[in-house]
Design a binder for this molecule. Sequence first.
Ligand code: UDX
Length: 409
Amino acid sequence: MKIGVVGLGHVGLVTALVLAKHGYEVTGISKDKKKSEMLAKGEPTLYEPGIEEMLKENLKMMIFSTDYGRLKDAEAIFIIVPTPTVNERIDLSYIREAMEGITKANKKGVVVIKSTVVPGTAKRFSGEFGRNIVSNPEFTKEGTGLEDTEHPNRIVIGSSDEKSGNLVESIWAFAKSSVVRTTNENAELIKYASNAFLATKISFMNEIANLCERIPGADVEVIAKAMGLDERIAPYFLKAGLGWGGSCFPKDTKAIASFGKELGERMSIIEAAIKVNDDRIGRTIELAKKAYNKNNSLMGVKVGVLGIAFKNNTDDTRDSQAVKLVNRLIEEKAEVGVYDPKAKIDAMDNVKVHKSKENCIKGSDIVIITTEWEEFADTNVLAKGKPIIDTRRIISSGSAKNLYAVGIG
Ligand code: UDX
């Protein structure tokens, strides 16, 4: 079967790769010429464990192009383009552009929206373009995108046309995952509700971490572990830290909160989760001031920031809490040095970019661990007694002098 994938960001690329691995002839379309040329040569456009190898192994099953005309014979076309939040509202212009390109090239294939879109979007575009649209949201995490796409914990298919829904269900049959067949609107909302719930879970634990910091003897990690043993709570997404970033949680929480408001329903829990997340940066600045303990100011203090990616195992810095922290440190007039094993950080002004964690630590008065890369676990050994702020709980507690870790009283 020939399948089209429009949009070759993280989700688009992993979807294309997994489908090619399972025997589909995949045509990936990106309007970014450089991106499609690189992929056509087998060169990965982003970092994630396994992507480079999988691209090389399945290249013969794949075409990468900027030309929508290559989608002419596709039986199903997945739209996986960005849906940014602009001025608190979802911007659907990339979806529209994809619908226009697809419709010019191919009138019969089943169009599937995988991008995250507010409820009602599939119906609206279906009416405008006069064709059925299936909603098939994704639940992949960066860093483990291939595994999450090949073996998702559920497949959600929203459709008003049974035949189109059946086709999409058959495409994913290899995954052997639970399938939820429903309306487009439910499928669209399931994605937002899931992301907002996970983000809220993290913010909840971050608030418990704040409380722990005021109670000598308390440790949020121990509390999270014990809470997670309750099956009703589950052990996932309970890790307190610098807060959530990335291409999904920040934009999706804002989009669903404003969508609710427009419908006259205030999403007060989601709004609170956003506020708690925003406050993580200011709290870390305060902790750094306390740790350095000189005039309650960071002016001229050399601060080494370990990690710029929004989480480990990715080079993605979109909406990264670490980047926000660096910007706040600059406002505080600190001298900032950064290191990240994968993320590209050449675009940051007023920041010294180090090539190794050793150099970053050596050149600092105080070190802040901001991304959960495993290689930062020995920072306490390298820091030789300099204050360390561990916002990701990478260093085992009690093992370092001068360690200030999130969520420890
Ligand atoms: C998320 C969803 O998990 C995924 O289902 C959806 O399809 C896209 O958005 P992603 O943004 O790739 O995936 O990463 P995720 O692992 O969810 O982490 C998001 C942020 O939360 C990161 O900044 C991470 O550091 C933070 N996080 C995660 C925590 O602070 N604590 C946790 O317990 C888990």
